[in-house]
Design a protein around this ligand. Structure first.
Ligand code: UD1
Length: 315
């Protein structure tokens, strides 16, 4: 029988792409999601092909139920967003840290072979060095970054103490189809594409010269599957990105090009908890996972825009 993968947060933006990629290669998939930021619509094209456990990872009991019989756990369930964590650090901590601890404990108890955890570029925080290398000392400056670092370290501790194989992937600013464009906490690419299409002015926090390593979601899904399989990835923290910095102003220009009309932003003060520059060295991912970012920013933005206009064109 094929392997059983449990995808926590599988109804979320990244989780639904990972679940789909697993199903496409013939693996069995179980999703646990509480639909707080995940959406049923994200499961629409494969709902009948997965086992769905509705529940919250803040409950050990739910986590335990979800991982029973699993070979691999891809742990993506989290409360995303730096500004949300600034508003509500306690809930961010409960979901991202206690939730991860529950998933790790339940995975250990259930004899799971490996847990792949979705960490974040935000753990690098205020560290000025560029590009971001895994060997840099983390210096998170937002509760979100702290929560991801704590969870990452729990993964490494479980790997060391309980022999539970664990890999932490530091995703950099992921974007693509199914990313929610409606929330005040939405990622900047989804927001700019929606507002651009609606002819409304997006907000740029600061002067727009801050940079990010925007990473298309299929690059991330592919890397995540490789991390479950690679024997040299165990116990490692690995950047997943494109390895290219793009400013928020450049992003707006790219959005304007696909939307096909001028998009005029409003500039406001920088956001609290924001870092200035962020882009990754992806050589560890290349070496350990055979990773190559196949879809670059412009192509990813075009695909995201096309799928918003016509969801059947999503790829
Ligand atoms: C951060 C993490 C990322 C994580 C994400 C989860 C870093 C470097 N990245 O993303 O790994 O997955 O949180 O939520 O910490 N912006 C605007 N106008 C807007 C919205 C955003 O100018 O309307 C700017 C922000 O000020 C920021 C940049 O765009 O400088 C990116 O913001 P956002 O998309 O929210 O992601 P990060 O906070 O960078």
């Amino acid at each position: 029988m094929s392997d059983l993968y449990v995808v926590t947060g599988g109804a979320g933006f990244i989780g639904s792409h990972v679940a789909e990629a697993l199903l496409a290669r013939g693996d069995r998939v179980r999703i646990i999601d509480n639909f707080s930021t995940g959406r049923r619509g994200n499961l629409a094209t494969f709902r009948d092909d997965v086992d769905l456990v509705e529940g919250d990872i803040r409950s050990y009991e739910r986590a335990h139920k979800a991982v029973q019989g699993a070979d691999y756990v891809i742990h993506l369930a989290a409360l995303p967003s730096v500004p949300r964590s600034v508003q509500d650090p306690l809930t961010t901590n409960e979901v991202n840290v206690t939730g991860t601890l529950n998933i790790l404990s339940a995975s250990r108890d259930a004899g799971v072979r490996r847990v792949v955890f979705a960490s974040s570029s935000s753990v690098y925080g205020a560290s000025p060095d560029l590009p971001k290398r895994e060997s840099l000392r983390p210096a998170p400056i937002s509760p979100y970054g702290v929560s991801k670092l704590a969870a990452e370290q729990y993964c490494m501790a479980f790997n060391a103490v309980y022999d539970l194989e664990a890999v932490a992937l530091r995703y950099f600013n992921v974007f693509g189809p199914r990313q929610d464009p409606q929330s005040q906490y939405s990622g900047v690419v989804a927001l700019f594409l929606r507002l651009g299409a609606e002819g409304k002015p997006p907000t740029i926090f600061g002067d727009g010269n801050q940079t990010r390593d925007f990473t298309y979601v299929t690059n991330v899904a592919t890397a995540t599957l490789s991390a479950a399989a690679s024997s040299t990835a165990v116990g490692r923290v690995i950047n997943i990105a494109c390895g290219q910095p793009h400013s928020v102003n450049e992003l707006l220009a790219a959005v304007q090009a696909v939307v096909g009309k001028p998009v005029t932003p409003v500039y406001l003060a920088p956001r609290e908890g924001d870092i200035e520059h962020s882009y990754a060295d992806v050589s560890v991912a290349r070496e350990l996972l055979g990773y190559r970012p196949l879809v670059a920013l412009d192509e990813g933005i075009r695909r995201t825009f096309d799928s918003a206009v016509d969801p059947s064109r999503e790829d």
